[in-house]
Design a protein around this ligand. Structure first.
Ligand SMILES: O=C(O)CCC(=O)C(=O)O
Length: 269
């Protein structure tokens, strides 16, 4: 991955030893946490851009009401749970895809050739739901199981405001468990993975300070609970990557049918 990104983070490149340690931890656990990856200046820029995107100033978002005259940023942000593909309308979100700290870890766990697959911007205002247990390869399957999510914390993520929960090592069997409708009001409309040999007690809360990046394998079972804080947000920019030496299954067929990767920006509330 090459980048012209001008980072203000204090992040220094990793040594070969550190990269080896990350790769070993990743193999065992299916996730890795890098704290202080984004500087507060970078986080503030991403937060300001989040408000700009949600208000409709960066471009049209399907399913979203742009800022109504007189509305504050807070009033606008509270309407949103998540925006899909923000990098398509925002150079700031696009640049974050190739942030040097993210690239360092991705190339440690995936290999030297990495391609970005998508971006999702979670706003998750107080009261908004979480996402039930799932594996991201269900949504972005790769032929070589190289999918990796990079979850960038734009707020301190806590159990109260709906941080991620991960089942360490759950990537190891390499199985995509069946998904079903959960009917649980704590979670959004995405399906829930079922039938796996782990219980909720095997999960760990991934409470991280703002500016951290949580990397997780596409087979790692994870979920988030609702934001039960009285106010505020649990914002996170989540970008997904895979090996550029591999392909998504069925990509050529999808292209031929005219149903390749969608080219619009959507919101869920
Ligand atoms: O941030 C969240 O609440 C859920 C994110 C997630 O599950 C994902 O990106 O796959």
């Amino acid at each position: 991955m090459t980048t012209a990104y001008q980072s203000t983070s204090n992040f220094t490149p990793l040594s070969a030893t550190q990269r080896g340690e990350i790769a070993r931890f990743w193999e065992q656990n299916g996730y890795y946490i890098l704290e202080n990856a984004f500087s507060m200046e970078e986080v503030e820029e991403l937060r300001a851009e989040t408000a700009r995107i949600c208000s409709g100033e960066a471009g049209e978002i399907r399913g979203a009401t742009p800022r109504i005259e007189g509305e504050s940023d807070d009033q606008v942000l509270q309407r949103f749970l998540c925006i899909h593909f923000p990098h398509k309308i925002s150079p700031v979100m696009h640049d974050a895809l190739s942030h040097p700290a993210v690239v360092e870890v991705l190339t440690s766990v995936i290999g030297p050739d990495v391609k970005a697959m998508q971006s999702m911007l979670f706003i998750k205002a107080a009261g908004k739901p979480g996402q039930a247990w799932h594996q991201d390869e269900d949504y972005i399957p790769t032929r070589d199981r190289s999918l990796c999510g990079a979850w960038i914390a734009l707020d301190n993520a806590t159990t109260e405001n709906g941080c991620l929960w991960i089942i360490p090592g759950s990537h190891k069997p390499g199985i995509l468990w069946d998904q079903e409708w959960h009917g649980d009001r704590r979670f959004d409309c995405a399906l829930e993975s079922r039938g796996f040999p782990y219980s909720d007690e095997d999960a760990i809360p991934v409470e991280v300070p703002v500016g951290s990046v949580v990397f997780f394998n596409g087979y790692t079972l994870h979920r988030s609970l609702p934001n039960t804080a009285k106010s505020g947000y649990r914002r996170a920019l989540v970008n997904h990557y895979m090996s550029a030496q591999s392909l998504r299954p069925g990509k050529a067929r999808a292209k031929a049918n005219g149903s390749a990767w969608p080219n619009w920006i959507t919101a869920t509330s």
